[in-house]
Write a protein of this length. Structure first.
Length: 219
């Protein structure tokens, strides 16, 4: 019986010693972790910096030259079209003997005038980005097409003298004058100004789609 008590006491002592040993080890581990924590944080920060150097996050800086290429692909941006009608009088051999040698015609000319912006004329210096605002200098508007609509244009009236068959070039001359007059009429009606305004409205939407909601057009 006495040996059993000795064994029990011995086991209790061993258990208590093991308990305190475990607690001591835990405390040592905790203190070690506290000591190593600043070094681990510094090591993690260093690893992050090294990773950023080896695998940097790309920074996107918009280059206006990219937009230059894209808008130049539009080539001639037609922004307005006019339909113009003019009545042209062409005559030759007029005077005292016009009833003998004269030739006169009235030509009703229907023409089309198209104006816009030639995008290929935009250069890199014409586009600048400041504080997220895109500044664009457009080339001046110009007339691309000023031509007759031959299906709608016609000779309304022609009168020739009794001794002539008429001037074979008179209608051609009338058509040439008609084209020039149609272009002049459109320009006098501010077709170029409207073409410029329409181009700015179109390109405003174009650049907004590219990510620049604020666009200022300069002269």
């Amino acid at each position: 019986m006495k040996q059993n008590w000795v064994l029990i006491v011995f086991l209790v002592i061993i258990s208590v010693a093991a308990f305190f040993l475990v607690q001591s080890v835990k405390e040592g581990v905790r203190q070690t972790q506290q000591i190593l924590q600043p070094f681990q944080k510094a090591n993690n920060d260093l690893q992050t910096q090294i990773a950023e150097l080896l695998h940097p996050t790309p920074t996107v800086i918009p280059d206006p030259v990219t937009y230059i290429h894209e808008i130049q692909a539009l080539a001639r941006l037609e922004t307005i079209q006019y339909s113009v009608e003019k009545v042209i009088t062409a005559e030759t051999g007029q005077g005292r003997f016009d009833f003998l040698f004269g030739d006169k015609l009235l030509f009703v000319a229907h023409g089309i005038v198209v104006a816009g912006i030639d995008m290929k004329k935009i250069m890199p210096d014409d586009m600048k980005i400041r504080s997220g605002v895109l500044y664009v200098k457009l080339p001046p508007p110009e007339v691309f097409v000023a031509t007759l609509d031959n299906e709608k244009s016609y000779v309304y009236y022609r009168e020739t003298g009794v001794l002539t068959h008429g001037d074979v070039n008179l209608e051609t001359t009338a058509r040439q004058v008609a084209e020039a007059m149609i272009r002049k009429a459109a320009e006098e009606d501010n077709i170029l100004t409207l073409a410029g305004h329409n181009a700015e409205a179109f390109l405003q939407k174009f650049f907004t789609a590219l990510g620049y909601p604020t666009v200022i057009f300069t002269n």
